[in-house]
Design a protein around this ligand. Structure first.
Ligand code: ADP
Ligand code: MG
Length: 347
């Protein structure tokens, strides 16, 4: 285990930003902290870095209690969304800076620093740009330099707080793949903060889903997407449709009809049914399934998206059907989700 966050709570003048967070980060893994704005991602990252101290709980680096160690003692590397490169330093000098200030028994020579800076430039694919100044670089290139600078100190843990957040969508996507490649080459234990679920799912070995200062779920991208363990995670990751239902003796009811789904692990009472719009089977005839009235219908890529009203004006869901399906306004569609999950209300 590289980093262990054990029962950490963080308050800012009585405001609880994090409640009882426990998380093990394995050596060499790339972990994403994913959640909406204000969920506590940055606070958790700053606690791991040593920029904040926990109100309660402990942060271990290896077997050592690092809760009160400084950033330097923890030897972490950082990249932030708006990383301030030194404007008056060239790319090579910016990267070398980390090496120069690093406390070491033997200070590296000028040549050594230069050699290492060029090596890192090669790694982040910016060879040839070493003499440029930050103002002469694109946003994406600057973040590559920032990463090279963070890597220059050979950090024990690399911490990235929405590093691509300020860049446009295309560059973000490219840098995402690139970061994964760099990670696979260098093997640094990395914690990556993002509010973008695609970014987290594509990039990370494991995803930590956060909401309101709590960890909702930890799992591989497949586990998180295929088996969300709460209504929040189901709604936050991927697309979902939800309906208020009732469970009686393991059968799922919508209004006064059973809908042909079982929920044997859910206690009797009010519940919520979740499914993915693209994971449904249309049925011709329906004795025990979902039946809805088409409210809107629009082409969406290779498919057609319809919004349906089911068993009451407030119950609307979206499903995906074949593009050539003759669904028009007010037509009735019968379907059943292929994969679904039922969550007890307040459970
Ligand atoms: P995220 O990075 O997920 O957007 P943050 O960790 O920045 O979330 O913030 C979590 C909560 O803690 C927010 O409600 C935020 O306003 C609060 N918070 C963060 N830092 C401070 C601070 N220094 N002082 C007071 N409140 C803070
Ligand atoms: Mg943040």
């Amino acid at each position: 285990m590289e980093v262990r966050v054990a029962g950490v709570r963080k308050e800012f003048s009585r405001f609880p930003a994090l409640h009882n967070i426990s998380l093990d980060i394995r050596s060499g893994e790339l972990i994403a902290l994913l959640g909406p704005s204000g969920s506590g991602k940055t606070t958790l990252l700053r606690l791991i870095a040593g920029l904040e101290t926990p109100t309660e709980g402990t942060i271990y680096f290896g077997d050592e209690d690092a809760s009160h160690k400084t950033v330097q003692e923890r030897n972490v590397g950082f990249v932030f969304q708006h990383y301030a490169l030194f404007r008056h330093m060239t790319v090579a000098e910016n990267i070398g800076f980390g090496l120069k200030v690093r406390r070491r028994a033997i200070r590296p020579s000028k040549q050594e620093i230069n050699r290492r800076a060029l090596e890192l430039l090669d790694l982040v694919q910016l060879k040839g740009l070493e003499k440029r100044y930050p103002a002469q670089l694109s946003g994406g290139q600057r973040q590559r330099v920032a990463l090279a600078r963070a890597l220059a100190i050979e950090p024990r843990v690399l911490l990235l707080d929405e590093p691509f957040g300020a860049l446009d969508a295309l560059v973000r996507k490219e840098l995402r793949r690139w970061l994964r490649e760099i990670h696979d080459k260098t093997g640094h234990t990395t914690v990556f903060v993002t509010h973008d679920q695609d970014e987290a799912l594509e990039l990370a070995d494991r995803v930590v889903v956060m909401s309101q200062g709590r960890i909702e779920q930890i799992g591989t991208p497949d586990e998180i997407y295929d088996n969300p363990n709460s209504p929040f995670v189901y709604g936050f990751i991927g697309e979902s449709s939800a309906l208020p239902v009732r469970v009686e003796k393991g059968e799922v009811w919508l209004a006064d009809r059973t809908i042909g789904l079982k929920a044997t692990d859910v206690p009797d009472g009010d519940a919520q049914l979740f499914f993915r719009p693209h994971d449904v089977d249309l049925l011709g005839d329906c004795g025990g399934c979902l039946v809805g009235t088409v409210i809107t219908s629009r082409r969406s890529g290779a498919k057609r998206r319809v919004e349906l009203e089911i068993g009451g004006a407030r119950n609307r869901v979206e499903i995906e059907i074949p593009a050539d399906h003759p669904a028009t306004d007010k037509s009735r569609l019968a379907f059943r989700p292929r994969y679904w999950k039922v969550f007890a209300k307040n459970g």
